[in-house]
Design a protein. Structure first.
Length: 120
């Protein structure tokens, strides 16, 4: 799974960020060519609590506004739907976390991070 914004993170770090208000979002965009409109989804992005989803999705919105509305009849409809979706991004946190849990076979531990390591 290609997720932007979590390079080098482990599952515990991701859980900590999500519990603090972070989330995974996905954006949509479309391009129209006279009679046909192609709709696409962006890669999944991780947004920390303080990151603005609208700003992150702005490039997809601009592409859609420039190239999405040209086809009849679905171009304008898909353009408006994409712009509406991109205002806050579509939250896909639950789906991504389920996939991450499956990839780690459920070996996710709740623990408090400390600088020390316990030896048994």
């Amino acid at each position: 799974m290609n997720i932007k914004g979590i390079d080098g993170w482990d599952i515990a770090q991701i859980q900590d960020e999500i519990s603090g208000g972070g989330r995974f979002v996905q954006y949509s965009w479309c391009i129209s060519l006279l009679v046909v409109t192609y709709r696409y989804r962006s890669p999944v992005y991780f947004l920390c609590k303080n990151q603005n989803a609208f700003i992150k999705g702005l490039p997809f919105t601009i592409i859609t506004l420039l190239f999405g509305w040209w086809a009849v009849p679905y171009g304008p409809f898909y353009t408006l739907a994409s712009v509406y979706r991109n205002v806050a991004g579509k939250c896909v946190t639950d789906v991504v976390m389920q996939r991450l849990y499956r990839q780690t076979r459920g070996h996710v531990f709740e623990f408090e991070r400390t600088g020390q390591m316990a030896l048994a």
